[in-house]
Design a protein around this ligand. Structure first.
Ligand SMILES: [Zn+2]
Ligand SMILES: [Zn+2]
Length: 167
C-alpha cells in the first residue's frame, strides 16, 4: 500500500519513494495477456494547502505482453512522469491510501495496443512466419508472380508439396 499521513506533512512537503508489489494494478482485468515484470517504482512529493492534499511525481512498471501484431512476447515500460493527485478535504486523522490513485494515473497511459516495434510487420497470413525476422517464401513467390507448383531455383519440390498441404 502506498500511503501517506497528511498530519505529518511539513511546510516543505514530504517525499515518498519506493517500490510496491504490482499486484495492485489488477492487470488480470485487461483483455490482453499483460503481466507485470517487477514492482511498481514510484517517486512522489506530497504537499498540503489547507486541507487539500496535492501529490505529484512519477511511477513506472515494466510489463510483458504479446505484441498485438506478431504475438512475440514484448516488454513495455508503462510510466506516468506527471502524476497529479488532488484530494480535497483530506482526512487528517490517519493515513491516506494513494494506491488506487497511482493505479489510475499509471493505467491512463496504457496503450491500446502494445507492439514489439513501431512498424511490426506481423505474421504471414499463409505460412505464419514472423515477417520481422525476414520474408517468407510465400511473399517471394507472390512478388515474382510464380505459380505455387513451379518451384524456383533453390526451392525443393518436397517443400512446395508441404506448403500445399498446409493450406
Ligand atoms: Zn510484433
Ligand atoms: Zn508466408
Amino acid at each position: 500500500m502506498i500511503r501517506i499521513n497528511p498530519a505529518n506533512i511539513g511546510m516543505e512537503g514530504e517525499c515518498l519513494s519506493g517500490e510496491e508489489d504490482s499486484s495492485f494494478l489488477d492487470l488480470a482485468s485487461f483483455p490482453q495477456d499483460i503481466q507485470a515484470k517487477g514492482p511498481v517504482k514510484y517517486a512522489l512529493h506530497a504537499s498540503l494547502a489547507g486541507r487539500d492534499l496535492l501529490v505529484t511525481g512519477r511511477a513506472e512498471v515494466s510489463l510483458l505482453s504479446p505484441c498485438a501484431v506478431c504475438l512475440e512476447e514484448t516488454e513495455y515500460r508503462l510510466a506516468n512522469e506527471e502524476i497529479c493527485i488532488h484530494v480535497e478535504n483530506v482526512p487528517m486523522d490517519g493515513f491516506y491510501d494513494l494506491t488506487g490513485d497511482i493505479r489510475e494515473n499509471l493505467l491512463l497511459n496504457m496503450p491500446m495496443r502494445i507492439k514489439c516495434r513501431e512498424n511490426c510487420k506481423g505474421l504471414c497470413p499463409s505460412c505464419g512466419a514472423n515477417l520481422n525476422e525476414g520474408e517468407c517464401s510465400c511473399g517471394k513467390k507472390g512478388a515474382r508472380g510464380k505459380k505455387k507448383d513451379s518451384p524456383g531455383k533453390g526451392e525443393n519440390t518436397d517443400w512446395s508439396a508441404l506448403d500445399q498441404l498446409k493450406f
